[in-house]
Write a protein that binds this ligand. Structure first.
Ligand SMILES: [Zn+2]
Length: 406
């Protein structure tokens, strides 16, 4: 195998570190096989990572007749990352370790007024709750539905907290969180369908996060499902969101006095200040308790969401669709079977390959977890964000080094 030329020390270190992370446990020989680098180079890089405290030696592999091999694994608690998700209803904070596991999580009502001060205090409280040294925190990922609106906030937080800040889209972050945590295959083509107050999608193509030309990817909430439908704020008519998104469901529930009362939807002057996703959660709650009117509204919404999801699946030839975000956290059990039925019946490629549709196990905090994962990725795989180890690496093939450093 030819070796890639002009590989910098930093990217070699990043590649080796990411292989150790993704493999769980791997020997130096395994790293040589996976990267195509020499034993000497691997030895030097691994020694550096052990000196930095990022990688630890851990026991020996079972002998297969030859010499027993020392295994390496990530030192999960060597570094941490903060993820912050700004939603219209709540701000969710997570602290993850180097492996991406959540070690602390808090959720607060959305900040108004002095947002910088409030977020800074809550990040401090998050870090203090587990007593992690500041020097071990790599940075802060800040995600929202409109990252371009948060540049100033990001800059201020960087100054006040002293942590590097990266901004991204919440649906993209949710997709990265699923991918990083190993919830989907390393080289999968998949989408995270995100539903909070609005509906969006994060997309990972063949294992690589796709952000579009300027980060405005996945606006599936503005797919047109009725060209003569009601006007949407985006300028078009009959968008998924205006017909059947959480705000539309809340409006429809308000029109039914009995349902509005059963769900405790605020009326009058308090109405405008209640976040859509909070009202949507209240409707989902009474649906779970068996309120037939609420169930009918959610099932109608689910049919629209399913039609848009089918279009997304057909456009991208998806292998996996993960439902995530706070509104799927509360109503996912109603939407999931409707989406599955739609794709079983009409996904174009269904005879060639299946599409797996499932609920995220951490739908409420997926974007915050993804925000922290983006920080970890920028440290661990800086030259090719979003790429993980292929599933078959543990078997020692095929070499992926050239892909990783391309
Ligand atoms: Zn629209």
């Amino acid at each position: 195998m030819s070796r890639p030329a002009r590989v910098t020390h930093a990217s070699t270190r990043a590649v080796v570190l990411d292989l150790v992370r993704a493999a769980g446990m791997i020997s130096r020989v395994g790293l040589v096989n996976a990267t195509g680098l020499t034993g000497g180079t691997i030895s030097t890089v691994v020694r550096g990572l052990i000196d930095e405290g990022l990688v630890a030696e851990t026991g020996h592999a079972e002998s297969t007749g030859g010499k027993r091999r020392v295994m390496l694994q990530l030192n999960q608690f060597a570094r941490y990352a903060v993820g912050v998700h700004l939603d219209d209803a709540r701000t969710t904070y997570v602290l993850t370790n180097l492996g991406g596991a959540v070690v602390a999580r808090i959720s607060r009502a959305a900040a108004t007024g002095d947002v910088v001060g409030r977020v800074t205090r809550e990040v401090d409280a998050l870090i203090d709750s587990v007593g992690v040294e500041r020097g071990r925190i790599l940075g802060l990922g800040l995600v929202s539905a409109r990252p371009s609106a948060h540049h100033e906030l990001g800059k201020s937080l960087e100054q006040v907290t002293g942590l590097p800040v990266v901004l991204d889209h919440d649906a993209t972050a949710a997709a990265i969180g699923e991918h990083w945590s190993g919830g989907v295959g390393a080289t999968s083509t998949f989408a995270a369908l995100y539903m909070g107050s609005g509906i969006g999608a994060g997309v990972v193509l063949g294992g690589t996060t796709y952000r579009g030309s300027n980060g405005h990817i996945g606006e599936i909430g503005h797919a047109c499902l009725d060209i003569d439908g009601p006007l949407c704020w985006c300028g078009a008519r009959g968008c998924l969101e205006v017909l059947a998104g959480p705000a539309a469901v809340v409006e429809q529930a308000r029109a039914d006095r009995g349902l509005a009362r059963a769900a405790g939807l605020a009326g009058g002057r308090t109405r405008a200040s209640t976040p859509v996703s909070a009202d949507f959660a209240a409707i989902s709650r009474v649906a779970r308790q068996g309120d037939a009117r609420a169930v009918a509204l959610l099932e109608r919404s689910a049919r629209y969401v399913a039609a848009a999801a089918r279009t997304l699946a057909n456009l991208l030839d998806l292998e996996v669709l993960v439902l995530t975000g706070p509104s799927f956290a509360t109503a996912g059990s109603t939407y999931l079977p409707v989406l599955r039925a739609e794709l079983d019946a009409a996904f174009i490629a269904r005879d060639v390959h299946p599409i797996s549709v499932r609920l995220s196990p951490s739908a409420a905090s997926a974007s915050a977890i993804g925000a922290a994962a983006i920080v970890l990725q920028s440290e661990l795989v800086p030259r090719n964000q979003g790429l993980r180890l292929p599933d078959d690496l543990a078997a020692g093939e095929p070499p992926v080094f050239q892909q990783l450093v391309r």
